[in-house]
Design a binder for this molecule. Structure first.
Ligand code: NIG
Ligand code: FE
Length: 392
């Protein structure tokens, strides 16, 4: 398709995430215009000075932001677990074992069924404003099922994560070390070419520190970059291991020690907070304020998965982060855009600086503040991916 230039005029509030283009860390401008050309941001300035373009879109004072960067999603699975959710809302605790229910359903699904479900959720994410979505395997947990899961993920995104060690499958019950040996000797070599990232659920009831280290190091040896599910349900070695192994991100980070926070603050590893999981498991939220005040780089993700957070809405997670985790609306918006890009080690997305990919959203509201101020309201009106209108 020929990339036609587009100019967005009369933007009430433009979030660029480039402090050189506007005020504050969000690089905010008012009465602004932006030009997309060749799939990238080609010009940013005052609406009164807007140049011409093939397509002119008058925003009528609406807010425009970079598209959300969802850096943590589990979209390759079959079935759902609404009954498990209902039981939790009646007082049952969340246990990692629920993952096996989805492993069972996923193993019985056809490739076409898995792909259709992943596409449905990607489409839902895009309509909700996520212009980049990472996608994990993790509900196969055999060589063949992880391989086809990675291929399904690769059909819907470039950001494929091999969650090789999510929970040991039933055939390895009580033999977790054997499962880890199989993952390292067979699964990672077979699937690595189809993924960019390697991930482990480092948690009691899933994989301990030594098992996590073995899987991540094998992944690194096969050219994958580590990211970790850590410290979701209780304190543990996940954060320290992530920092030690140079992980791009450690995700959940709900139960952390002062030492964990200090380690993160001194490292480039991003702390990705997933408040949808706390919401859907009725658990205490991560202390984003403590992490931010210590200087940790924080991202927000929706963690769409059938067990702990069956939402694709980054706007909902922004509202939760502001209301429940002590973040300001500006911090939450940054974390859901530029923060997600950092968690994926991407410089081309998450901002509307000149030359960035033209991924943007327009809200049916005059300011980004409304994402937290009007929770639950579908404010994302128009979505552009690489300069093309994807949903409006
Ligand atoms: O990110 N914590 C581990 N993995 C998912 C939950 C998976 C499930 O319960 O199916 C998460 O919350
Ligand atoms: Fe997850």
């Amino acid at each position: 398709m020929t990339a036609r230039s587009t100019v967005l005029t009369d933007i009430g509030t433009l979030v660029t995430n480039d402090p050189e283009l506007g005020t504050g860390p969000l690089g905010v401008r008012h009465d602004a215009a932006v030009v997309f050309d060749g799939g990238v941001v080609a010009w940013v300035g005052d609406s009164a000075d807007a140049p011409g373009a093939d397509i002119r879109h008058d925003l009528g004072g609406r807010a425009v932001l970079p598209g959300f960067v969802e850096s943590h999603a589990h979209l390759v699975f079959a079935g759902e677990r609404a009954e498990e959710f209902a039981a939790r809302m009646s007082g049952e605790p969340y246990a990692a074992g629920g993952i096996r229910t989805t492993i069972e359903a996923t193993r019985h699904a056809t490739d076409a069924e898995l792909l259709a479900n992943a596409r449905r959720l990607m489409d839902e994410s895009l309509r909700s404003g996520s212009t980049t979505v990472e996608c994990k395997t993790g509900y196969g947990q055999s060589v063949a099922d992880e391989l086809r899961s990675a291929m399904v993920a690769g059909a819907v995104t470039d950001e494929v994560t091999l969650l090789a060690a999510h929970v040991a499958p039933p055939e390895y019950a009580g033999r977790i070390d054997d499962y880890v040996r199989m993952v390292c000797a067979e699964m990672i070599p077979a699937v690595a070419a189809h993924a960019k990232w390697i991930d482990v659920f480092c948690e009691r009831g899933a994989f301990d520190g030594d098992q996590t280290r073995a899987v991540l190091q094998t992944g690194i040896a096969h050219g994958l970059i580590p990211r970790v599910h850590g410290n979701q349900l209780r304190e543990g070695p996940g954060v320290a291991l992530a920092v030690e192994l140079g992980a791009a991100s450690v995700d959940h980070v709900t139960h952390v020690t002062a030492d964990d926070i200090e380690l993160l603050a001194q490292s480039p590893t991003v702390a990705t907070l997933l408040p949808g999981a706390e919401f859907c498991t009725r658990s205490p939220y991560a202390d984003a304020r403590a992490l931010l005040d210590a200087g940790v780089t924080v991202a927000l993700g929706a963690d769409c998965n059938p067990g702990t957070s069956y939402t694709t809405s980054m706007a909902f997670c922004i509202a939760l982060a502001v209301r429940e985790m002590g973040m300001t609306p500006a911090e939450a918006v940054w974390a859901a855009t530029a923060g997600g890009a950092k968690a994926l080690q991407r410089n081309d997305i998450g901002t509307l600086r000149l030359g960035a990919r033209a991924d943007a959203i327009a809200l049916s509201a005059p300011s980004y503040l409304h994402l937290a101020y009007r929770p639950g309201v579908p404010l994302v009106e128009t979505v552009w991916q690489a300069g093309l209108s994807a949903h409006s």
